[in-house]
Write a protein that binds this ligand. Structure first.
Ligand SMILES: [Zn+2]
Length: 500
């Protein structure tokens, strides 16, 4: 239970009275008005009574943030092609109304980021500054599989629906709220707070944060950052734990090519490229890479074990033991694709390509493997393992160029980590904050490579069902969850950035 001791040390380091007063001054109406602990119960079935906030249930900033979110959801920023500029302009407009001077940073035609700053002193001290970052682009949505218009900003049955409701326009609206709350409170800051809305997170192309940083780093250089990447995990209607992302896996792609003689399909031979490729992909699909525990994943399972039922908890405690470790790793991997992917490199075949005519054996067949590497692992090791596994001279592997960056972890010992852990745990009914290594990649790798202590936390309590809708169909966030998240994030930012 080391994490508890560390997380709670943060309390003693900060004068609580000042913090509580400041939080009150922010008058985030949500803070005391959300029903019960503010955590959405299991989503109501469609036929159940819709969420009906009473007058005053949601007010002030959280309500404004809800409007910003629904307006942003109406702007289609599907990437590709992105086209984030109208969303960037909308965000800039919201900031301008607060008397701030946002700057639109052009990255490519129709593609822009937005930056704004709250100053703590005449001279900026970048190493102390806090950066709030979220992305404007979203993944495309297949309308035919949605029950509502994905770019309609639809509010229905207590939920805000739309592509980006969680990833990442929800976070963007919450960042905007936290930033504006600080501005309105006119509180004295102990560090600059920078708001940044980026473009091109989903494909990391020409308008990505890496290129933005190369061009405009001075405008958002910071020592600390809060971004997406971690989540508030809800199980059985209650927050089980807060997963605070401090590290992430690296995404790479390997192209697989099988070659053989092309010819008439009426006289097949055993060296058919399609068959070689299928056999190779079959072997790769059945392959499991060895387990390696990073410090963060070890700490994560240590913290999670006491929260799980006795059986799962027992195996989590045994994961790294010499006698029962291997069996424990099987049990835990089988229990959850997330846990499996946190412990090892993973390889997912994602594209297959071969043939042009039904009666022609093609000379080549292709597959793509999406590889997610643990921090510190290298693609060359995976390549060697795959070559040995497939053991077929007809198969060739090529590593494709990547924009995913391997970055050092953020420290678990910073003041920001302690503040987030302390506030989140306090606000989410005492649920522990655990360090989290995301299996997905985020903009934080670019920041960490520039010495930013970046932490990922989408502050909305979400259950498994909600989380699956990210990048899926009918993406949504409940109003209760959004309201609570806006409130919690604003408190985190205020407690970290206000001068005590
Ligand atoms: Zn995202």
């Amino acid at each position: 239970m080391i994490w508890r001791a560390r997380a709670w040390q943060g309390i003693c380091a900060v004068p609580m009275v000042a913090i509580v007063l400041l939080a009150a001054e922010l008058s985030l109406a949500a803070q005391s008005r959300v029903n019960g602990p503010g955590i959405p119960a299991t989503p109501p079935p469609a036929a159940a009574a819709p969420f009906a906030p009473r007058p005053g249930d949601i007010g002030g900033l959280a309500l404004e943030a809800q409007t910003w979110l629904t307006e942003l959801l109406k702007i289609n920023t599907s990437n590709p092609p992105g086209g984030e500029e109208p969303a960037a302009k909308y965000v800039a407009g919201v900031l301008q109304k607060e008397g701030l001077n946002p700057e639109i940073l052009e990255m490519a035609p129709g593609r822009s980021a937005v930056v704004a700053r709250l100053r703590s002193a005449a001279m900026a001290e970048p190493s102390k500054a806090l950066l709030l970052v979220a992305h404007l682009d979203v993944v495309p949505a297949d309308k035919t599989h949605w029950s509502v218009e994905p770019f309609g900003g639809v509010v229905k049955d207590g939920y805000i629906y739309g592509r980006g409701a969680i990833d990442d326009k929800g976070m963007l609206a919450a960042n905007l709220a936290a930033f504006i709350a600080l501005r309105r409170s006119a509180v004295r800051l102990n560090r600059d707070v920078i708001f940044l809305a980026t473009a091109d997170e989903e494909t990391s192309g020409e308008a990505s944060i890496a290129n933005l940083a190369n061009k405009y780093w001075d405008k958002f250089a910071a020592g600390f950052a809060i971004n997406e990447g971690g989540n508030v995990f809800v199980v059985n209607g209650k927050v089980q734990y807060i997963g605070l992302q401090a590290s992430e896996k690296v995404s790479m792609n390997i192209s697989v090519t099988a070659r053989g003689p092309s010819g008439h399909a009426s006289q097949p031979t055993k060296d058919n490229a399609v068959v070689h490729l299928a056999t190779a992909v079959g072997k790769i699909g059945a392959y499991t890479a060895p387990v390696r525990f990073t410090t963060i994943v070890r700490r994560y399972f240590e913290g999670l074990a006491p929260l799980e039922d006795d059986e799962v908890g027992k195996w989590m405690r045994s994961l790294d033991t010499p006698d029962r470790g291997e069996h424990a790793q099987h049990v835990i991997s089988d229990d959850s694709p997330l846990w499996n992917a946190m412990m090892r490199d993973t390889i997912a075949p994602t594209i297959l390509n071969a043939g042009t005519a039904r009666n022609v054996i093609p000379g080549e067949a292709h597959a793509n493997l999406n590889v997610r590497l643990l921090p510190g692992d290298t693609i060359n090791t995976v390549l060697l393992d795959l070559t040995k596994l497939v053991n077929d001279p007809a198969i060739h592997f090529d590593v494709l160029p990547t924009t995913s960056l391997a970055a050092p972890d953020s420290s678990l010992e910073t003041e920001l980590y302690a503040t987030i852990a302390h506030v989140a745990t306090r606000e989410f009914g005492g649920a522990p904050t655990l360090p989290f290594q995301s299996t997905w990649a985020t903009d934080s790798s670019t920041l960490r490579l520039r010495n930013v202590q970046a932490y990922g936390l989408v502050p909305f309590p979400l259950n498994d069902e909600d989380l699956k809708r990210m990048h899926g169909d009918d993406e949504r966030v409940s109003i209760a969850s959004f309201t609570k998240g806006v409130d919690v994030l604003a408190k985190i930012v205020a407690e970290f950035a206000a001068a005590h």
